[in-house]
Design a protein around this ligand. Structure first.
Ligand code: SF4
Ligand code: SF4
Length: 75
């Protein structure tokens, strides 16, 4: 199975939550901290113990992001 990870540009992100809602692995959450624009940005959860499994590099999060703030990497 493909595995991957994503990088989220927290300064581009407006915290809309679309990426959180589409991730089939539940790997993205909204951060408690604010970015420079005053939004709570999305952040990638890298916790290896998460039972939902790792990011599979499906790219759904990057495709749905209206601010092109997500890059997906395969490993
Ligand atoms: S690439 Fe897919 S599995 Fe990985 S964080 Fe994005 S939506 Fe989730
Ligand atoms: S879809 Fe894009 S703008 Fe919306 S929370 Fe995710 S990274 Fe941020």
């Amino acid at each position: 199975m493909k595995k991957g990870f994503i990088k989220i540009d927290s300064q581009r992100c407006k915290g809309c939550g679309l990426c959180v809602s589409v991730c089939p692995k539940g790997r993205i959450r909204i951060a408690e901290a604010l970015n420079l624009k005053g939004y709570h940005p999305a952040e990638f959860q890298e916790d290896e113990m998460d039972k939902k499994g790792r990011c599979n590099a499906c790219t759904l999060c990057a495709l749905i992001c209206p601010d092109v703030a997500i890059e997906v990497f395969r490993e």
